[in-house]
Design a protein around this ligand. Sequence first.
Ligand SMILES: [Zn+2]
Ligand SMILES: [Zn+2]
Length: 289
Amino acid sequence: MMAADKTVALDSPVLDWPVISILAIIHAGALAALLPGAFSWPAIGVAIFLHWLTGGVGITLGYHRLITHRSFEIPKWVEYALLFCGVLACQKPLEWVAKHRMHHEHADAAGDPYDRHGSFWWTHLGWVLHRLPCDRDIPRYTKDITRDPVYQFFNRSILLWQVALAGLLFALGGWPFVVWGIFVRLVAVYHCTWFVNSAAHRWCYRSHETVDRSTNCWWVALLTYGEGLHNNHHAFPSSARQGLRRWKVDMTWWLVAGPRSHGSRMEDQASALQACSRRAEDVSALGHA
Ligand SMILES: [Zn+2]
Ligand SMILES: [Zn+2]
């Protein structure tokens, strides 16, 4: 996620102490929300807005449905704007995209970076805290973006942008804005995202007989703007829409469908399902192209 460039080939996972240290600091910082004087309703509003902007628009819409799966088309400058929102979630784009493509190619099997003996601990957090043998394959899975200088720049500077955002929030609202808008918000975005790999591969129900253990998990979907409908996603990975029925809340799809009148090629439900016929192999093909 946030580690330095990983060029050393490994035979087995090893603890990634820089990432562990940064995550420990972020979680400890979130505890400051319990201190007297840290609470304010505007600060909570900032945290909720930034959770949506960075976790929903940046990670879910940008990193996942656009950049990883190319499930819809959009002007390049909008792609870079979505990329920037994801960078503000303090997650490296190249590593994120590569590991998610590996996940689809080897879901719940050997070669899936999110899965190690099926343990909840590993699927939720363990894979984040380790350097993995598959790290050496990140360039191979991101051939469509890895030479883009904008991606390279943002991939190297995620902490810088987080510090800049913290400075802006401090100027606007003092320490309560920093505690809630940076630390509490980042902890919430991280764990909500990780629940897609842990809870939505373990609990709730399945609508499609996919080869993996993915599930549709309503509470993860609410926390992740639609991503918890993960069994639908594994069944139809190239669909920009994951809530395939009207009552399945997929807030990110609402964002995709919204600008249809502005000329972007967005699928309606019928064409989305048609596009869904492409399977997980197509996902890895994006990286191998
Ligand atoms: Zn999955
Ligand atoms: Zn995916």
